[in-house]
Design a binder for this molecule. Structure first.
Ligand code: APR
Ligand code: PHB
Length: 391
């Protein structure tokens, strides 16, 4: 079977879906190919913090209604260390808030919006090969069950995440850092113990308290990157969370999702080759400590959609040619902040006590100096989406 569209998009994560939505708003047709089922894509539990600019982007593009109804506006975060809790008030420091709203909810909202508008998302369709990238007739070969088909297009957007095929087709320099840390994450039916997020630096390791609703908490513990889940029976998880977060009353609840993710940083330069463009996790991975992954993905496709719209309007390649350059400021800003937050809060594997004392000194400075806390607030609220890579 042969089909044609204007932009062939691989991946129905936040990047691929928002790109398809933004292109449709600009009158440009696309087809999204997604290897997983709709049920799987909508159920996958991931990140949950939107920068001010990312929430604005979703709102302005017409998919912010449920987000604004159900998302939780947070005016700051808490830092927990040395037995004390300190609130960093982003609103006071920068005039900006953040929005806590699960990535899977954004995925659901975007899928609904695309399908209602007659958009094409092919689920359980695996992209297997890319052709014609350096010419002007690119082609995606994909498979649904046993049937192989071709999707011809003007451009290919590989929004296929960390394990897709897009990345391999770009002759790029890969900048990479592998951390010895992992995060054991749970989604649990228990009320959040605190109104806003808690980032905890504890001698036993980092812990994070986040949430999805007044009844659902999202909680994380630092573990070794290669940790075996079998070492973490539920009782141990709750006990360790209470200790590291200094929340002795944190109530155990039904665990709805449980997994371990190894921390990893990666950037591909360039993020494009011929008529192939990478966006989101296919082009860069950040450790989750700064909550930047989803924000970067959304900002990439905003840049790409504008560049594609300019091409369809006037055949101008100026913005398309500048795509990598436009993204990389933001990407490296977010990498730097994510690496900083990771180093600030995680226990070194050898339990280096000197390092722990340095972390405490830095944390103390961050909470006492208005200049230092403003820097943290600027990065947390806008590093990934500010178009100049600044604030
Ligand atoms: N063919 C079709 N679909 C594919 C293929 C393929 N060969 N390979 C991967 N995919 C799909 C995956 O199943 C997934 O649904 O591409 C999608 C990529 O989506 P995400 O992994 O969510 O990536 P992205 O949209 O870039 O969003 C980045 O995800 O990991 C988090 O922290 C990260 O929040 C950030 C966000
Ligand atoms: C989340 O809510 O899942 C979350 C919040 C903040 C982070 C990472 C994940 O830094």
């Amino acid at each position: 079977m042969k089909e044609r569209t204007q932009v062939g998009i691989i991946g129905a994560g936040p990047a691929g879906l928002l790109l398809s939505h933004l292109l449709a708003n600009a009158g440009i047709e696309s087809v999204v190919l997604e290897v997983r089922s709709r049920h799987y894509a909508e159920g996958r539990v991931r990140a949950g913090v939107l920068e001010h600019g990312a929430a604005e982007l979703l709102r302005a593009s017409g998919v912010g209604e449920r987000m604004d109804r159900e998302g939780l506006v947070h005016r700051g975060i808490n830092l927990q260390f040395a037995g004390e809790r300190h609130h960093i008030d982003f609103m006071d420091l920068t005039g900006r808030t953040i929005l806590v709203y699960g990535q899977q909810e954004i995925v659901k909202d975007l899928i609904t919006a695309r399908l209602q508008a007659g958009g094409q998302i092919l689920f359980e369709a695996e992209a297997k090969g890319l052709g014609g990238i350096v010419g002007d007739r690119p082609l995606i070969t994909y498979r649904v069950e046993e049937d192989e088909s071709e999707l011809g297009c003007d451009f290919i957007a590989a929004c296929d995440g960390a394990h897709g095929i897009g990345r391999e087709a770009v002759p790029a320099t890969v900048y990479e850092r592998v951390y010895p840390h992992g995060w054991l994450g749970i989604l649990a039916r228990t009320p959040p113990a605190e109104r806003e997020l808690i980032y905890a630096c504890h001698e036993n390791g980092f812990a994070l308290h986040s949430m999805r609703s007044p009844d659902i908490s999202r909680l994380y513990l630092q573990v070794a990157a290669d940790e075996d889940l079998a070492n973490w029976p539920e009782a141990r998880i709750w006990e360790e969370l209470r200790l590291r977060l200094a929340e002795p009353e944190l109530r155990a609840g039904e665990i709805l999702d449980l997994g371990i993710t190894a921390l990893h940083s990666l950037v591909l330069e360039p993020m494009q080759h011929g008529r192939l463009y990478l966006a989101g996790d296919s082009a860069h991975i950040v450790p989750p400590t700064g909550a930047k992954g989803m924000n970067l993905a959304l900002a990439d496709v905003q840049t790409l959609a504008r560049a594609l719209a300019a091409w369809y309007r006037s055949k101008s390649t100026t913005l398309l040619d500048a795509y990598t350059r436009s993204c990389l400021n933001r990407v490296w800003r977010a990498q730097q902040f994510s690496a900083f937050m990771t180093g600030l809060l995680h226990r070194t594997p050898a339990g280096d006590l000197f390092e722990h004392r340095l972390q405490l000194a830095q944390l103390s400075y961050l909470t006492r100096s208005r200049a230092a806390s403003t820097s943290l607030a600027e990065n947390y609220t806008s590093a990934a989406t500010a178009m100049d890579g600044g604030t």
